[in-house]
Design a protein around this ligand. Structure first.
Ligand code: NAD
Length: 384
């Protein structure tokens, strides 16, 4: 890594490829950072697609073989934004080549893969990042600050849902997210892992879990022709869905707090409804991604007849991250969660601190995912 430049190679150029590219492009425009990000290479398997992505997202060049990106001596960071089945191989190779690993969530498809990734990163001695981006929303970071400052005292409940509906149509095709060999699990790992991460960040480590996973539609049309604008179309052939459509869990935390979690891609009408509520001795906090610039706070110590939930608009310059953007009241959106995460990671790397969340967080998250799967299969509580 040269003194002033952090050179990135990004593997994957679709949904997360776009979100991460935008973060690398914007981060030095909003944050005064010790490193300038250099967007050197973006990688994907299909040349016309990745060439176009390089041009549109602003990368210097592109590759169709991730191994060439990992072998590039100019690259400091390898960002793994492919489906879960290739995370372990790419991240381990990158760590072995001495690169800083930035990886999408969940880090592996199995606990064994997550263990291998953690070991490879630890052996490299380099920092790491896992893209649980919701930690870096101003409202969530403020909630964390209030909890860490003891403003809420003992936490009793963490109650979270992450609800979508994009596969509720039984004719929706069998894309990679519905196959165990490519995705590891379904709603559990895809969206449940985010609320599990938020719980670990805000309330602490899990002690035990009792999970239930359900697959409502067991067979779907295979993916046919892929249209650049409309995405995958259904073919006339059918294939088996091998992951959960919905996952639920009860949890006990090491602190003695309890939690309930629900992750579903069958919550008809819910598009990206990621919401949590914390009930504690000193009050309650509520966050909803659909109103991501707001945090609700109920102050239990307020004796006045006006006591009630107050709405904090987290756009003041003294709110986490907010001062890097616009004047008060001028809101930010989904893409800024990635910009904030990358800014926070670069600051940590420059200061010799471990960024958060990192490979250890990814591994601890995967332990919970694994325990939920075992709990659901055995219909019993599992200790972590
Ligand atoms: N942090 C978040 O909020 C969030 C949101 C969505 C997805 N994700 C995670 O991001 C990862 C990618 O998901 P996505 O939605 O971007 O998927 P996607 O299907 O939109 O894109 C996957 C990309 O990986 C590329 N790819 C696949 N195999 C490859 C290989 N062997 N070599 C090079 N490129 C390869 C594909 O060409 C494509 O560009 C997954 O782990 C997913 O769970 C995270």
């Amino acid at each position: 890594m040269s003194k002033s430049t952090l050179t990135v190679g990004l593997i994957g150029y679709q949904f997360m490829g776009k979100a991460h590219s935008n973060a690398y492009r914007q981060v030095n425009r909003f944050f005064d950072l010790p490193y300038q990000v250099r967007m050197k290479t973006i990688c994907g398997r299909t040349e016309p697609g990745v060439k176009n992505a390089a041009e549109v997202f602003g990368w210097e060049g592109y590759e169709t073989d991730w191994r060439k990106v990992v072998a590039d001596p100019e690259i400091d960071v390898i960002d793994v934004s492919t489906p879960g089945s290739s995370h372990c191989e790419i991240a381990c190779a990158a760590a072995e080549a001495g690169k800083i690993v930035f990886c999408e969530k969940p880090i592996g498809n199995t606990l064994d893969e997550a263990e291998r990734m953690r070991a490879a990163v630890q052996k490299s001695g380099k920092p790491s990042v896992v893209f649980h981006n919701y930690r870096h929303i101003p409202a969530v970071a403020l909630a964390r600050q209030m909890l860490a400052d003891g403003r809420l005292g003992r936490v009793y409940h963490f109650r979270a849902v992450y609800l979508q509906d994009w596969i509720a149509d039984p004719q929706f095709p069998l894309v990679w997210r519905l196959q165990r060999e490519s995705a590891g699990s379904g709603s559990l790992g895809d969206i449940g892992s985010h609320i599990i991460d938020l719980a670990r960040h805000l309330v602490g480590e899990f002690d035990s879990v009792c999970g239930h996973m359900e697959t409502f539609i067991k067979e779907r049309p295979m993916v046919g022709e892929v249209d650049d604008k409309l995405g995958a179309k259904a073919s006339s052939e059918k294939g088996q869905v091998t992951v959960d459509d919905a996952a639920m869990l009860l949890a006990r935390f090491k602190s003695g707090a309890v939690g309930t979690f629900e992750a579903s891609r069958f919550a008809v009408g819910r598009k990206n409804h990621n919401r949590f509520e914390i009930n504690a001795e000193g009050g309650s906090l509520v966050f909803n991604l659909e109103r991501m610039n707001e945090l609700q706070f109920y102050d239990n110590s307020d004796p006045s007849p006006e006591q009630g939930f107050r709405l904090i608009q987290t756009t003041q310059s003294d709110h986490p991250y907010a001062g890097h953007y616009w004047p008060v009241g001028h809101i930010i959106g989904y893409e800024h969660t990635f910009v904030n995460l990358v800014a926070s990671a670069i600051e940590a790397i420059a200061a010799g601190r471990e960024p958060f969340p990192n490979i250890e967080d990814g591994y601890q998250n995967q332990r919970v995912l694994d325990a939920v799967e075992r709990s659901s299969a055995s219909r019993s509580w599992i200790n972590l």
